[in-house]
Design a protein around this ligand. Structure first.
Ligand code: G3P
Length: 217
């Protein structure tokens, strides 16, 4: 399972990248806003930092403009995945850019039918948004499971990139179902290491170690 970090914060990406936890990065217009950085500059820095795909999202809504924006974003670095919304214009952009050999991440996916369209348009990644479905009292994980089944039924090669991940349970469930990639905020990835029994066990070991009076270094 690949881990992408869902942020445009360089320090947070660098910290996790040093730990070997970053297989890629996803950004979107809201995350660029949050970073306070220029999209071209910060995306270039991220691409220089990580080896894997870095999603950078177009903001035009007409296909011709989306394609032009996608080509410009693609020039930032060879590991750019152009991110397009799941609209007909986005699907046209996906088809055009993937035919040119460009990685494309189709985002804002909320149904299995949308995921089928993205696969047929040649998407490299499909991004179903788990948390936003949970927000409206639907089960985001059901969508991941459904897409997994349908993609496997037909051998679609588009990778399922579970997005809008808000909890550590979303990560576990995505792994159980077999999502190819999860993208999560740095805080969620860091929480994956937490367990109260680990903390309690370590506390006991350290207390006992102090009683031995020994040192390793
Ligand atoms: O990867 C998509 C993600 O950034 C959306 O997350 O929490 O805003 O629904 P969220």
């Amino acid at each position: 399972m690949k881990f992408f970090v869902d942020t445009a914060e360089i320090d947070a990406i660098a910290e996790l990248n040093d730990l070997g936890m970053v297989d890629g990065v996803t950004t979107n217009p809201s995350l660029i806003l949050k970073s306070g950085r220029d999209i071209l500059e910060v995306t270039k820095e991220i691409c220089d930092l990580v080896d894997g795909p870095v999603s950078a999202e177009v903001v035009a809504t007409e296909a011709d403009d989306m394609i032009a924006e996608g080509r410009k974003l693609a020039k930032i670095a060879s590991n750019i995945a152009v991110k397009v919304p799941l609209t007909w214009a986005g699907l046209k952009t996906c088809k055009t850019l993937t035919d040119e050999g460009q990685m494309v991440n189709v985002t804002l996916c909320f149904s299995t039918n949308q995921a089928i369209l993205a696969a047929k348009a040649g998407a490299t990644f499909i991004s179903p948004f788990i948390g936003r479905l949970d927000d409206i009292n639907l089960d985001g994980m059901d969508l991941i499971a459904d897409i997994r089944q349908v993609y496997d039924n037909y051998g679609f090669e588009t990778e399922i990139l579970a997005a809008s991940i808000r909890t550590v349970n979303h990560v576990t469930d995505s792994a159980r179902i077999g999502a190819d990639v999860i993208t999560a905020p740095p805080g969620v990835i860091k929480k994956l290491a937490d367990h109260p029994l680990t903390d309690k066990g370590l506390e006991t070991f350290l207390a006992d170690w102090a009683k031995t009076g020994q040192k390793i270094l």
